[in-house]
Design a binder for this molecule. Structure first.
Ligand code: XBP
Ligand code: MG
Length: 228
């Protein structure tokens, strides 16, 4: 196995517990747009099997037999992301335990950092400075978002594009994920994957992960696999 040269992070649920903020923002814009939709925690857990906010709304409309045209999906999604961005910028979200330490220590050791997410770029642009500080975006040399790929997770596209932008083979990188969809995406791109399940993914199965951890506190990228 090659030495690890880069760490590639998922965003939602991995860097921070953002999904409750997404859910609240969805519910806010549904009400503001005159829809009587309300996604509670149990329903949202189920809907999170569909990655991407637009795709999630379309799936829900299909589930309940509602007609939601593309223009309305786009409008609701943009409004949801605005509410999400404002909420995150106001300081509503912190990094998960261990993330700041891992990112800073990796940088200090010369490891390169990237992001592979299916969320929208606007959401990443809001989250990184609000959580890491003003230099947050500059910490990551490649940031692949939902708009950058044809197929969202669990397809490998986001990770393959991140590897391409880093110019590194999969066996020189480690992926960090919180969900089964994300794990499958990273595995399909040939990566070793460390999973720290989040609020919405604790019930999922993570077959194939190199490690499944409560959180990233104390994680050493030089020893990604659990001792035998
Ligand atoms: C998680 C997702 C995203 C967010 C919302 O992405 O599935 O869809 O819930 O994002 P990841 P958008 O864990 O890969 O970061 O509404 O911007 O699509
Ligand atoms: Mg995630």
């Amino acid at each position: 196995m090659s030495p690890i040269r880069a760490l590639i992070f998922d965003v939602d649920g991995t860097l921070a517990e953002t999904e409750e903020i997404h859910r609240a923002a969805f519910n806010h814009v549904f009400a503001a747009d005159g829809l009587d939709w309300r996604w509670d925690v149990d329903l949202y857990r189920d809907l999170l099997r569909v990655t991407g906010g637009k795709e999630r709304m379309r799936r829900y409309a299909d589930m309940i037999g509602a007609n939601l045209d593309d223009a309305r999906v786009a409008r609701l999604h943009a409004a949801k992301n605005r509410v999400y961005g404002e909420t995150v910028a106001a300081g509503a979200c912190a990094l998960r335990p261990g993330v700041a330490g891992l990112v800073r220590s990796a940088r200090a050791r010369g490891l390169r950092l990237a992001i592979a997410t299916t969320t929208s770029r606007a959401n990443v642009d809001a989250l990184l400075p609000a959580t890491f500080g003003a230099d947050g975006p500059a910490l990551f040399e490649a940031i692949v978002c939902g708009e950058d790929v044809v197929a969202k997770k669990p397809a490998p596209d986001a990770y393959l594009l991140a590897l391409d932008r880093l110019g590194l083979p999969a066996d020189a990188c480690l992926a960090f994920e919180d969900s089964r969809n994300g794990l499958q995406s990273a595995l399909a791109a040939g990566l070793s994957v460390v999973v720290a399940p989040s609020l919405y993914t604790a019930h999922e199965r993570f077959d194939g992960a190199a490690r499944v951890l409560t959180d990233l506190r104390g994680f050493d990228p030089a020893s990604p696999r659990a001792p035998d």
